[in-house]
Write a protein that binds this ligand. Structure first.
Ligand code: PLP
Length: 395
């Protein structure tokens, strides 16, 4: 019986509204892409907030592969993998990911949130330690919460602190360092060579969540390990199929054979949840094939990113430095976020404000994301809008 609880929850929701951190959703009425239409608004807007880094979410070949899979394999799998939910398509996609990432073996999950949720408690017990970057994604934080290992944390990218934590972890049976490859709210790239050096010196395993780097970083889009030339030194890579690789959804853990084999036996989100559908598996596989066949999309993403970052540097707004396509436009106080994003939207830009609890209080921002599918005039238009909105309406 809901009773008094309804009133209590309403009060909580009011408090969220008053703090300026209430998140409302715009309804998209077109396929995902660099231009979208939005319910209640005439004409299209430039989309600067999708994770569709390569423009594959509505790529004709990806859509065709998904259609064919629907016809050949049907709609659903109606089972977890170990009962009767393993299709040839899942195995093909796992093999394609292994070969693309240059790892030993890969296991698919319903999402990367689940890949991270099912990793730590499978590998680590109370005899072990896990050391996590303070800016790691929520799914790593939650995954670590589920395991009984000693939990240690270091400030974002602070290698001195990481070394101190490694010393604190001495005597543990296993030590695992966990880091995002690209930190999703700031766009910073983790210093994987330094992490690997420290891990090797202290006998620790290294895990990287490359959700925002796969298809993005590295000459072939193989992610942050390729970008830094350290692929062979990383033990575990998790990632998503829900961003650059077609955006259909799903995730994976890839890396050392024995780790992946143990996950297949023990990892709870793998054992107790359906895997991805045939259409999603086939669309993701086609995305990987496109990416493996040519660096054209990755190259275009890189040149679009350089252009947008240089255009934004000429606006009065502060943009976090970096070289990746996550370009956070810093606003600061939560209360300023709504008016600025609304003004940008009025002028034809679909951008979204990020505030607490997604980012720390006082660091509200508009996270813009560049895609290979943006045209040069899209990016020029967007930077012009930001310049106007910052000059005219922001305090
Ligand atoms: N890890 C990182 C770094 C992410 O940014 C995200 C998505 O926001 C995830 C994991 C979760 O990915 P998925 O949407 O596949 O659950």
């Amino acid at each position: 019986m809901i009773g008094d609880v309804r009133g209590q929850l309403d009060a909580e929701l009011d408090a969220i509204r008053e703090s300026g951190t209430f998140k409302s959703e715009r309804t998209i009425t077109s396929p995902q892409g660099p231009h979208v239409t939005i319910a209640g608004r005439d004409g299209d807007v430039i989309n600067l907030c999708a994770n569709d880094y390569l423009g594959l979410a509505n790529h004709p070949e990806v859509v065709a592969a998904a259609h064919e899979a629907l016809d050949r394999w049907g709609f659903g799998v109606a089972s977890v993998r170990f009962i009767c939910g393993t299709l040839e398509l899942h195995e093909q996609l796992e093999a394609a990911l292994t070969s693309f990432l240059g790892t030993e073996e890969t296991i698919l999950y319903p999402s990367c949130f689940d890949a991270n949720g099912g990793l730590f408690e499978t590998l680590l017990t109370d005899e072990d330690a896990v050391i996590s970057d303070a800016l790691n994604h929520a799914s790593i934080i939650d995954g670590i919460r589920l395991c009984k290992a000693k939990r240690l944390r270091y400030a974002n990218g602070d290698m001195h602190e990481l070394e101190l934590r490694l010393k604190e972890a001495e005597g543990s049976r296993r030590v695992l360092i966990a880091s995002d490859g690209v930190f999703s709210m700031d766009g910073y790239i983790a210093d994987l060579p330094a992490i690997c050096d420290l891990a090797e010196r202290h006998g620790a395993l290294v895990m990287v969540d490359d959700s925002h780097a796969v298809g993005v970083l590295g000459a072939h889009g193989r992610g942050s390990p390729e970008h830094h030339g350290v692929a062979e030194r990383i033990d575990i890579v998790t990632g998503t199929l829900g961003k650059a690789l077609g955006g259909g959804g799903g995730g994976y853990t890839s890396g050392r054979r024995e780790i992946v084999q143990l996950l297949r036996q023990r990892s709870r989100p793998y054992l107790f949840s359906n895997s991805i559908t045939p259409a999603v598996a086939a669309g993701s596989l086609r995305s990987l094939e496109l990416l493996s066949a040519s660096t054209e999309l990755v190259d275009r993403l890189r040149s679009n990113t350089r252009l947008f970052r240089s255009l934004m540097a000429d606006t009065p707004l502060e943009v976090l430095p970096g070289e990746g396509p996550i370009v956070p436009v810093m606003i600061g106080e939560e209360q300023r976020l709504g008016p600025i994003t609304a003004a940008a939207f009025e002028e034809g830009l679909h951008v979204v404000g990020f505030s607490y609890p997604v980012v720390p209080l006082g660091t509200a921002r508009i996270r813009t994301q560049v895609s290979a599918a943006h045209r040069e005039d899209d990016l020029r238009f967007a930077a012009d809008v930001f310049a106007r909105v910052a000059g005219g309406r922001a305090p």
